[in-house]
Each structure stands twice: as C-alpha cells, then as structure tokens.
Design a protein around this ligand. Structure first.
Ligand SMILES: O=C(O)C(=O)C[C@]1(C(=O)O)C=C[C@@H](O)C=C1
Length: 287
C-alpha cells in the first residue's frame, strides 16, 4: 500500500506545492488536513507516514503553531526542509464582467499571506474587511463557491487552475524576496536526494539563575567554528519570561563536533533536545 503524506489543505496551498517538490520521485498519496496541528497529529498518531508544514516566512517570521506543536505536543523528527519562493495574488470568482478593486468588500486568506500583502491591501482595498482562515487555498475555495459575492482571496497562482477563479491582481506581496521554509516530518525514513546543505535543529533549555548561560551556549559553537543560522526564543508555557531557544546549526549531526558542543552545553545545566538533522533544499521558481 502507498504511504501517505499529510499537508495543510485543501488542495492548492503553498504547503501542497512544497510537499510535491519535497517528495518528487516517491510513490506517496497526498492527504489534505484542515490545519497545521491536525497534520502534525496525524503523523504522530501514525495515520500517515509523513507531514509537510510551513515553518518560517522571510517577511513574517516563524509560523508559531508549527514550532510550538513540534516543541510541546509531538515528538517528530524533521526529515527535510525546503525554501520555496512565495508570490501572493488577489483572486476573485470568475464572472462575466470584471470586478473593480473598489467593489471588493471582503478579503480572505491565511494570516501569513495577509501579512505579506499588508501594504497592497491597505493602499488598494482600504474599506474591505480582512478575514483570516486556515490556509490560502481554503480562502480561494470559499471565494470561488460564492461567485455572487464581491469577495477576494489572497493566494497562489495554482488556485486559478484548481478553482473557478481569476486574477484581480498578480504579485501583490510587499517584498519581492518572499520565501517560506517548509519542513517534512515523519517517524519513518525516506529516500531523499543528496543536498549540498545539511542542517541540525536543537532546542535548548537554560538553567534558571545562571548569568551568561546563553552566552556560554553560543560560545560552545563559536570556538568550534560551527555556523548557526537562527536562534529563536519561544515561551516554555510554564512561567512568564521562561523560554526555550531553538537553534539552527548549519551542518548535519556528526560524531565529534556537535556531540562535543552539546556535552559542553549540558555540563552547565542546559538541556538539549534534537529536533532533526536533515538536508536543506532551495527551490528557485514557483507556480
Ligand atoms: O495557506 C497556505 O497556502 C499555506 O501553505 C500556509 C502558508 C504559511 O503558513 O506561511 C504558507 C506559505 C505562505 O507563507 C503563506 C501561508
């Protein structure tokens, strides 16, 4: 039986696009789930073998629900990561006479997509009500199902092929260099293409009342000349002002350097949890 891969649905999300690129050449059946949390839970409960979810956008930053669920609720290794260029478009239902922008009363999309097109929406549709939903494709589907309403969705070009929609305006994102990083998670291994870039992500908990602990964590990598590309603090949810640090390391897990750095960090009372060691891919074009 074909293994299943869960993605943030419905059909036509950026996440589906990322999932298809990440699993190229594999025989997998794709299953849409209505939210990021449901994707991660489906993998954790082994309803599916793999899941793909968005992790970070270059304009809007971390997708908190992904990171928090991976930290607090499930124990799923990251198997691969893909950076995909994102272009947002204003989509309306297909109709006989084009709908002028000034007639649009409601704009629907995923909060990240709204945030990526904030200036365009403020300048061109100042009167429209902005409403957030679970994905860009859900917004597109809802707009296409109500052709009689002057509504618009912010979403991918792909949606125009899937739903009866047309472009009201193409390329509406506020910055042209718009990328989102997606992660593939799963409890089973997968044959992935070799990549020139490998990464390791860890979660570090600092001891309480230890002045300079974060400095010492960073020092353990610095003197080994290990490159870090991200350090992000997320609340532990246990007390106000108590944080985890999520650190992206620009190399795969090895036998010497990283175990040495982790042991040094643990020796000062920190906890280290590996979230994955995986290949990183960069995709240059999108649909
Ligand atoms: O709604 C979608 O199409 C998604 O795949 C989600 C998502 C996100 O969560 O960041 C993915 C990429 C874009 O940054 C906007 C939305």
């Amino acid at each position: 039986m074909e293994k299943k891969l869960a993605f943030l649905g419905p059909r036509g999300t950026f996440t589906e696009e990322a999932a298809r690129i990440l699993s190229l050449g594999q025989k997998l059946s794709f299953v849409p789930y209505p939210s990021i949390i449901e994707v991660l839970d489906a993998v954790s409960k082994k309803e599916v073998a793999y899941g793909v979810v968005p992790m970070e956008n270059s304009i809007e930053g971390t997708v908190n629900s992904t990171l928090d669920w991976l930290i607090h609720e499930v124990d799923l290794p990251i198997l691969a990561e893909l950076a995909l260029p994102i272009t947002q478009n204003l989509l309306v239902a297909k109709r006989e006479h084009p709908l002028p922008l000034s007639a649009i009363t409601r704009v629907l999309s995923h909060p990240q997509a709204i945030a990526q097109s904030h200036n365009f929406l403020r300048e061109n549709l100042p009167e429209a009500a902005i409403e957030t939903v679970n994905s860009t494709a859900l917004a597109a589907k809802m707009v296409s199902e109500h052709p009689e309403e002057p509504w618009a969705a912010v979403g991918t070009r792909l949606n125009v092929e899937i739903y009866p929609l047309e472009f009201a305006r193409e390329q509406i994102q506020d910055y042209s260099n718009n990328y989102t990083r997606f992660v593939l998670v799963g409890l089973e291994s997968l044959d992935l293409p070799v990549s020139r870039k490998e990464k390791t992500t860890i979660l570090v908990t600092l001891p309480e009342d230890f002045p300079g602990a974060l400095y010492q964590v960073l020092a353990a990598f610095a003197w080994r000349k290990v490159n870090l590309s991200r350090i992000e603090s997320r609340p532990t949810k246990r007390a106000l002002g108590s944080y985890y640090f999520v650190i992206d390391i620009e190399q795969k897990m090895d036998d010497v350097l990283l175990p040495g750095a982790f042991a040094e960090i643990e020796a000062i009372g920190c906890q280290v949890r590996q979230l994955g060691t995986y290949p990183f891919y960069m995709h240059q074009t999108n649909s």
